[in-house]
Design a protein around this ligand. Structure first.
Ligand SMILES: N[C@@H](CCC(=O)N[C@@H](CS)C(=O)NCC(=O)O)C(=O)O
Length: 373
């Protein structure tokens, strides 16, 4: 395999020890508990450049979804833990659960979703053109995406940051030691831009190897065409977890950017944007209130807290204000659980810890929902 041109010095600390401070925290020694399906079983549409402005199909997205009977949700081509077909070919993961949650709010049926695999490059065109109703696809909220690309983000469902993965055998301890290295990266991402910004700021030379498809990127990294692979730390953890020997790969401690990930919709339909946003807040609030898939019915009957009663649709008519059934949150939680349950089911198995994605009531936690009133 190619090695970085310049001399690689061993760091003072082991990567695993330093990694505890990375954002989000990744349990390095923890093997994947549940091997995920291989990436990219479905063929994505050919890459296209996003338009500068979204040409939103006119009319209410909620009405269109209801008339169609299915939510069309743009996901990745396959990223274990977030969105990937399982051994039965059924899409599963944290982002998939967000698609399901919106479908439950609209239809009380988690199966009323059609999943459209998108690459980093063609995801925005898919949303702008109306091919999908929403994206639930590890997409970073940035100013230009929020404005000139014409999208609305429904909150931050995963606080992330960009990192690097290298083969352990390379004995690289930190990202600065990648001076002169080749780095595999996907186009159409914040990742590609951050890599250039970071290298310039750090005054080091990086040779990007830009490959569109995720599976081809990973294959190039594994084959040694790149010394390192860079993406969101969550994506690195996911990719690492499905390798034959996850321990042969190290996620470096450096986090070079903020990557606030969340679901997004087109500009021009605030009602649908509100729904997606409050589905996310509902999941977070449910965790804060201790409402789980196991106790939701019982809490709806007996919990004395007025806000819990409002969230669960017993009083206040909040669901109706969003254009859905007042029992929307009961239906979502009983099927999918709260934010914490979704995290544990999908992301704990790929070695991700809560870190900044813990509730705001926990030290270091940032997940916070506005009031249900
Ligand atoms: N968060 C970054 C990167 C998102 C991204 O697309 N990451 C890649 C690498 S983890 C990915 O998900 N690829 C999946 C695919 O192309 O199917 C962004 O929004 O630009």
């Amino acid at each position: 395999m190619t090695t970085p041109k310049r001399h690689i010095l061993a760091g003072a600390f082991g990567a695993a020890a330093i990694l505890a401070t990375a954002l989000p925290a990744v349990a390095q020694q923890r093997p994947a508990q549940q091997p995920a399906a291989p990436a990219a079983q479905a063929q994505p549409a050919p890459a296209a450049q996003p338009q500068q402005q979204a040409t939103a199909p006119s009319g209410s997205t909620i009405d269109a979804i209801r008339a169609r009977g299915t939510l069309v949700c743009g996901v990745t081509t396959g990223l274990a833990g977030f969105a990937a077909p399982n051994s039965q070919g059924v899409w599963a993961g944290f982002d998939v659960d967000y698609c399901k949650a919106v479908a439950i709010a609209l239809f009380n049926d988690a199966n009323r979703v059609r999943y459209v695999p998108t690459t980093a490059q063609n995801r925005f065109t898919a949303l702008q053109s109306g091919e999908v109703d929403m994206l639930a696809r590890n997409t970073t909220w940035t100013l230009s995406r929020d404005t000139s690309l014409g999208f609305d983000f429904g909150g931050i469902n995963f606080f992330d940051g960009q990192g690097f993965m290298v083969k352990r055998a390379l004995n690289v301890q930190n990202a600065r030691q990648l001076d002169g290295a080749t780095v595999c990266v996907q186009p159409g991402t914040t990742t590609e831009q951050n890599l250039a910004d970071w290298a310039r700021g750090a005054r080091i030379q990086i040779r990007p190897v830009v490959i569109e498809r995720l599976e081809d990127n990973v294959a190039a990294y594994i084959a040694g065409r790149c010394d390192a692979y860079t993406t969101d730390v969550s994506g690195l953890a996911s990719t690492r977890a499905v390798q034959q020997n996850p321990n042969d790969h190290v996620i470096l401690p450096d986090v070079i950017s903020k990557e606030p990930l969340g679901p997004l919709v087109r500009h021009g339909d605030q009602r649908f944007a509100d729904l997606v946003r409050w589905v996310h807040f509902g999941l977070v609030a449910a965790e804060e209130f201790g409402v789980t898939s196991q106790n939701v019915q019982e809490m709806a009957q007996n919990d004395p807290r007025p806000e819990v009663q409002r969230m669960l649709g017993r009083t206040g008519g909040l669901g109706q204000m969003l254009g859905v059934d007042n029992l929307w949150m009961i239906n979502i939680i009983r099927t999918l659980g709260n934010y914490g349950e979704m995290f544990e089911r999908n992301l704990t198995p790929i070695g991700l810890q809560r870190g900044p994605n813990a509730l705001w009531t926990t030290p270091g936690g940032l997940q916070y929902a506005p009031p249900f009133r």
